[in-house]
Design a protein around this ligand. Structure first.
Ligand code: DP6
Length: 422
């Protein structure tokens, strides 16, 4: 170890991990500690250029205890979920040698060495966009690299799962299934990739970040209350989801958008129905969420076949998946028509991510937004109402890749000499 080489050293790894959105939802645990779900779930990984977590992890004999900084602020690692991930990784760590730097860490050394972790989300944590999924996936992925853990991605997903259930699905890009598993120790409750991000690359995703004043129930406590009080959740987990999983896998395999959309919408709605069936009921969607659903439902009905799928997690934000760029542009026109920005908001900060969708929609400035005509499906329902300011902003994105290592040191969040945040 370092003492022997007589030289101070810091060994560091930086990685980037995407977030994911479930199209068949995970809701309800059969084991709270190991985080084992009551049903399988399926998700789409989102493009990390727009939504991701970057994490640097470092080890040095000079570190006195494990420390973590999230978005620049030190947070405690004492929570059970962090401790479980750290313990599982340390138990699988193997020898690391860097002759150039004079570093040799044996398997046993890892039991005593401490780590520093710095994590940063490229999107506002408060927006409620599955930051814990990307966060735990990135923590596990980067530490596994640093500690030379020789396990495949699926085994790593089972470790990330113990940080946050949905995190296990962020270990892969594209379309991912979390298999609930049967074993009591959770060893077969892992994520697997159904198809990579290139398999269905014409899908475009628009996220409406909905302004919310309400303090939301966390997923963890919400799903516990649902399992304890809802009868509907049993029917969902036993009868509904198993069939939907098979159909969804088939829809993804065949790039069958109408089936994909019908299943996604139905599953999101059923997830929110079991929340409502919880005692006391849990409301994650708000009026704006409901208005977005109506807008999409009306349009889909008018066209006779689904153009767009919607799905909502444990919050009011809408994740809208459109068949291709053309439908995404038409969707954005509709969204901007119904939900224009506040007068003091600039369009450039109202539609973020892949702005080329805005160009495709023929919208360059606020004048273009104001000039938008009501979509044909609502033409007869005059007067059409507008909900200015009810959406904070839109993110245009697409399905994306899984975790990657970042080798360029300027992307690291820790100083390579001190191991402290830059
Ligand atoms: C509605 O993974 O955040 O987003 O396992 O308790 O950390 P814990 O919960 P979490 O729950 C996610 C719930 C969901 C649906 C989903 O992502 O499948």
């Amino acid at each position: 170890m370092a003492e022997e080489s007589g030289k101070k050293w810091v060994l560091m790894v930086t990685a980037q991990t995407p977030t994911n959105i479930a199209v068949i939802k995970y809701w309800g645990k059969r084991d709270e500690k190991l985080i084992l779900p009551i049903n399988d779930s399926i998700s789409v990984t989102l493009d990390p250029s727009h939504l991701c977590t970057t994490t640097s992890v470092a080890v040095s004999p000079d570190f006195t205890h494990d420390r973590m900084w999230l978005n620049g602020k030190e947070i405690s690692l004492s929570g059970g979920r962090y401790q479980n991930c750290l313990r599982e990784l340390r138990a699988r760590a193997s020898e690391v040698e860097d002759e150039e730097k004079g570093i040799k860490i044996t398997k046993k050394d890892w039991e005593k060495l401490h780590v520093h972790v710095a994590s940063y989300n490229n999107f506002p944590t408060a927006a409620g966009l599955a930051s814990s999924a990307a966060g735990f996936a990135c923590l596990v992925f980067s530490l596994a690299k640093l500690m030379n853990v020789k396990e495949d991605q699926s085994k790593l997903s089972a470790i990330a799962r113990q940080g946050s259930g949905s995190a296990c699905r962020s270990l892969y890009g594209g379309f991912v299934k979390w298999i609930m598993g049967k074993e009591e120790d959770g060893s077969d409750s892992v994520a697997v990739q159904l198809a990579d991000e290139n398999h269905w690359d014409d899908l475009v995703i628009i996220i409406a970040v909905v302004s919310s004043r309400q303090k939301e129930t966390s997923s963890t406590s919400g799903m516990l209350e649902t399992v304890e009080t809802s009868m509907l959740i049993q029917h969902r987990a036993k009868e509904v989801v198993p069939k939907r999983i098979i159909q969804m896998e088939e829809a993804i395999k065949n790039r069958d958008f109408p089936s994909f959309a019908r299943l996604s919408c139905a599953d999101s709605n059923q997830f929110h129905a079991v929340c409502l069936d919880t005692s006391p009921p849990i409301f994650y969607m708000n009026d704006t969420s409901h208005r977005i659903i109506s807008c999409v439902e009306k349009w889909n009905r008018f066209e006779g076949t689904p153009q767009v799928a919607y799905t909502f997690d444990a919050g009011p934000n809408a994740v809208l998946i459109s068949h291709n760029r053309k439908t995404a542009a038409l969707l954005l026109q509709r969204l901007l028509f119904h939900f224009p920005p506040n007068s003091d908001t600039d369009l450039n900060s109202y539609v973020i991510g892949d702005k080329t969708i805005l160009q495709d929609a023929g919208i360059q400035n606020m004048k273009d937004v104001e000039a938008l005509a009501p979509p044909p499906e609502i033409k007869d329902n005059i007067p059409t109402q507008k909900y200015k300011g009810d959406v904070s902003y839109f993110i245009c994105t697409k399905p994306g890749r899984g975790p990657v290592l970042l080798t360029d040191e300027c992307q690291a969040l820790l100083d390579p000499k001190t191991g402290l945040p830059k």
